[in-house]
Structures are given as structure tokens and as C-alpha cells.
Ligand binder design. Structure first.
Ligand code: DGL
Length: 278
């Protein structure tokens, strides 16, 4: 069992920020990643569509025999919460680990949350924070333009478009005096520098990908599912749009040049095939 892979999915490439951390924390684990690059973004879609896509993505990973599934996507984690009970293997999204880390980090009790419109409308992070500490003040802001900026490679902290967009979305929150900001979408760590430059170094940024990787390690540990082999694990990547597009941008997310196998799949076809079999 322990040599089975960890399945990770996102609407696109953002989930690779979680994969990067998983490789650091659990280097011996095999990872199967699915990025739904043909249907990104999810964050501006209806709950019904997000739930349907999330189920197809999870079913695809199940067909690869994974032992744990991580929705490395703030949007799916916030909206498709039924996955917690629906899957035959352990599952985690990014909301609980990230909210918990933000509560640990804040000193003045003022936490900002940024995410996609679907995530912010769901108030998922806010609910998890207030469940644990109702005295914390929470400020939320949807930042839909961050996702296409990142997916199209506008990521430099010096880029005027990035700077302007960050300022436009975060000026109100900056005025509220938050000391902690949840990057509630896994695409956002890629522009963390621009966000930090604008908010100042006294604001701690919480990276949902990173916190979730640590949380997943705990789940596997407690379930006795850690891969105990001494060899480095492999990473296999699947995308629903072009493989070339993935190769060009993946390095930015993974933070290093990696050897990897990338395969294109038609997620709708694959998942309807899976449904027909079950
Ligand atoms: N990476 C996804 C998330 O964490 C957002 C991108 C999208 O809108 O699909 O919410």
C-alpha cells in the first residue's frame, strides 16, 4: 500500500505549489498530479460546475490507484466539500490546514483572506477560523485576476501590471492592519513577493500549498500509509490541455528544473469511461 502514489489535483498549475512542498517533506513518495488546464479557471464558475469537475478529477486519480487525494485548489476545497465523505481513500483540501496555520501565526488577531470569487463567496476559510477562535477579525477579498496573470507568466514583483493589480485588490485590507494573510488560492504563492512588497514585511503570508503538504504528511503518518522505501519517489503529471503549455510554465511553480513525464488526457472522456465501468 505505502508505495501507491499520492494523488494531487488542481484546476491548472497552482497545485504544483503543493507538489513542490510535498517533494520536500516526503521525498520518497510517488506523486500523480492532474491539472485541469483545459478548464481552468474554476474560481469564477458556479458551485454545480466546480463540484462536477472536482468529482471527475478525483475519479481520474482514483483510477491511478492513489492512496490519498489532495485537492490542491482553494476553490475545490471550499465548494466540493462532499468529497470528504464520498471517496474511498483519505482526502484533504487546503482550507483546514491553511486556516489552522493562520491562527497560529497571527499576533494581533486580524487575518486577511484572498482567493477566487467562489472561495470567498463560500466563506470557507472564515468559517474554519471562527470555528476555532471567534474573536479573530477576518477580512476577505476575491482576487480573480491573479489566476490569469499567473497562468500567463505575469509573475515578476517588478511588473507594473502585477503591482497595480495587487494594489487594487489589497489596499482596503492593508488599511485594516492585518498581520497575517492567507493566500487562499494555490496560484497566489507565485506572486507572493509582489504581495509582500505591497503589504510590508510585518504581514505574514500563509501559503496554502505548503501547509497542506505538511498536513498530508500527518494524515499518511497516522494512517500508517507512509512510503518507507529509501529511494526517491517519482512524479507523473497529467493535463487536460497541451503538454507543451505545461512544460513551459511548470518550472515556475515547481521552482526547479525537473525531469518529468507529462501526459495529455481528455478528462471528460476518461471520467465518463470510469462512470460507465462502475
Ligand atoms: N488554484 C485554484 C485555487 O486554489 C484557483 C484557480 C482557478 O480559479 O481555477 O483556488
Amino acid at each position: 500500500m505505502s508505495e501507491q502514489a499520492i494523488g494531487v489535483f488542481d484546476s491548472g498549475l497552482g497545485g504544483l505549489t503543493a507538489v513542490k512542498e510535498l517533494i520536500k517533506v516526503l521525498p520518497q513518495e510517488n506523486i500523480v498530479y492532474f491539472g485541469d488546464t483545459a478548464r481552468v479557471p474554476y474560481g469564477t464558475r458556479s458551485d454545480k460546475t466546480i463540484k462536477a469537475y472536482a468529482r471527475q478529477d478525483a475519479d481520474f486519480l482514483l483510477s491511478k490507484g492513489v492512496k490519498l487525494i489532495i485537492a490542491a485548489c482553494g476553490t475545490v476545497s471550499s465548494v466540493a466539500t462532499e468529497l470528504y465523505d464520498a471517496l474511498p481513500v483519505p482526502f484533504t483540501g487546503v482550507v483546514v490546514p491553511t486556516a489552522t496555520a493562520a491562527i497560529r501565526a497571527t499576533k494581533n488577531g486580524k487575518i486577511g483572506i484572498i482567493g477566487t470569487p467562489a472561495t470567498v463567496n463560500s466563506s470557507s476559510y472564515k468559517t474554519e477560523i471562527l470555528k476555532r477562535n471567534e474573536r479573530i477579525k477576518v477580512y476577505q477579498q476575491a482576487c480573480p485576476l491573479f489566476v490569469p496573470l499567473v497562468e500567463n507568466g505575469f509573475i515578476s514583483a517588478d511588473d507594473p501590471i502585477v503591482k497595480l493589480t495587487v494594489e487594487r485588490y489589497l489596499s482596503e485590507m492593508k488599511g485594516e492592519g492585518i498581520d497575517t494573510l492567507i493566500l487562499g488560492c494555490t496560484h497566489f504563492p507565485i506572486i507572493a513577493q509582489a504581495i509582500s512588497d505591497y503589504l510590508g514585511k510585518n504581514v505574514t503570508l500563509i501559503d496554502s500549498g505548503k501547509e497542506t503538504a505538511l498536513y498530508a504528511a500527518n494524515i499518511l503518518g497516522s494512517a500508517g500509509l507512509l512510503n518507507t522505501s529509501n529511494t526517491l519517489g517519482s512524479c507523473t503529471y497529467y493535463v487536460s490541455d497541451t503538454v507543451d503549455g505545461f512544460r513551459r510554465t511548470a518550472e515556475v511553480f515547481l521552482g526547479r528544473n525537473v525531469e518529468y513525464e507529462v501526459t495529455h488526457i481528455n478528462i471528460e472522456k476518461v471520467s465518463s469511461g470510469l462512470r460507465a465501468k462502475s
